[in-house]
Design a protein around this ligand. Structure first.
Ligand code: PEP
Ligand code: MN
Length: 339
């Protein structure tokens, strides 16, 4: 941490800041110029809040120079994390992994047709919510356990893996036998109790960025899961809320290379929630892969016009097929390939 004192700060103020830094465990190095004193705190105390220093008497400003996330930081595992799934699917390796399917599981026929179409397009995972976080309590809330059973059944029938959203702690045990990856939705990115609990589970998780979350907040949420001992974690950019209203969210493509630089965890793009408009999904999917994404999470519905949720952003099956063919051509340009 660096503390810059105000010009001509009194010796008493300077000493008070030094005392507090030492108390926290910093080794303090003092540099005094003609007017200003700079205090450099070396060391990494477990708990300190830079904001506390910003408001001490005589302080001009204080900055943190070490990252507040230790386990999620790239330096913890410079080679990158590979998340291994059944069927030999690896996320974070050379191959781009595709997870696709409807927003929600609606019926046996709908999810079976989806699974066949997703498989034919070349995806490795079937997605579909059984527990749905809906903005309105009157909207379809998902099929619950019945939906989980259907996901497992049709995924096994078609040779796919299952990713689906967990909304609360009580659902974790229920979901375990049916799924291959927990999806933590944007609205739950800062449900810290849920994150802690998922840290104790030995099943991969995909953590989505919250609608108003900074990149640092995403990494601190990841830290909750990692610190419980669950290292099988994937991050996912899914659009953030900005002043733009044309698209449902603003897909922050830049977050992908930024995250790849800051963390060893694999990073996905979800262009469906990122833009919310079907025809804009393929270009944003291509952009995500070009920007370094390790995979994509996308919505596709056999009949999007009749979907019970997120129909407007769900690809038609033939659109998904065409997109995967384009991704196959793009991937080698960025040194990757489509599984
Ligand atoms: C979803 O994947 O259908 C979903 C609800 O996503 P998000 O949490 O990103 O809104
Ligand atoms: Mn959705």
């Amino acid at each position: 941490m660096i503390v810059a004192m105000q010009d001509h700060a009194t010796e008493e103020h300077i000493q008070r800041v030094i005392e507090r830094m030492v108390e926290l465990g910093f080794n303090v190095h003092r540099t005094t110029g003609a007017a200003q004193t700079i205090l450099a705190g070396v060391g990494t105390p477990e708990h300190f809040d830079v904001a506390e220093f910003k408001v001490l008497a005589g302080v001009h400003d204080a900055y943190r120079i070490s990252s507040p996330y230790k386990l999620a930081g790239r330096s913890f595992r410079p080679e990158g994390t590979k998340v291994k799934f059944p069927n030999g699917v690896v996320v974070g390796g050379n191959e781009i992994v595709i997870m696709a399917g409807p927003c929600s599981v609606e019926s046996r026929e709908q999810i079976l047709t989806s699974a066949k179409q997703v498989k034919a397009a070349g995806a490795q995972f079937l997605r579909g919510g059984a527990y749905k976080p809906r903005s309105s309590p009157y909207s379809f809330q998902g099929m619950g356990v019945e939906g989980l059973k259907l996901l497992r059944e049709v995924a096994d029938e078609t040779g796919l893996l299952v990713i689906t959203e967990v909304m609360e702690i009580s659902q974790i045990e229920v979901m375990l036998p049916y799924i291959d990856c927990f999806q933590i939705g944007a609205r739950n990115m800062q449900n810290f109790n849920l994150l802690r609990e998922l840290g104790h589970v030995r099943k991969p998780c995909l953590l989505k960025r919250g609608i108003a979350a900074t990149i640092e907040e995403v990494l601190l949420s990841a830290e909750y899961i990692l610190s419980g001992g669950n290292y099988d974690l994937i991050l996912c950019e899914r659009g953030i809320r900005t002043y733009e209203t044309y698209t449902r969210n603003t897909m922050d493509i830049s977050a992908i290379p930024v995250l790849k630089k800051l963390t060893h965890l694999p990073v996905f793009g979800d262009p469906s929630h990122g833009v919310g408009i079907r025809d804009l999904v393929p270009p944003m999917a291509l952009a995500s892969v070009a920007a370094g994404a390790d995979g994509l999470l996308m919505e596709m519905h056999p009949n999007p016009d009749k979907a019970m949720s997120d129909g407007a952003q769900s690809l038609y099956p033939e659109q998904l097929e065409k997109l995967v063919a384009q991704l196959r051509q793009l991937a080698p340009i960025v040194g990757r390939k489509i599984a």
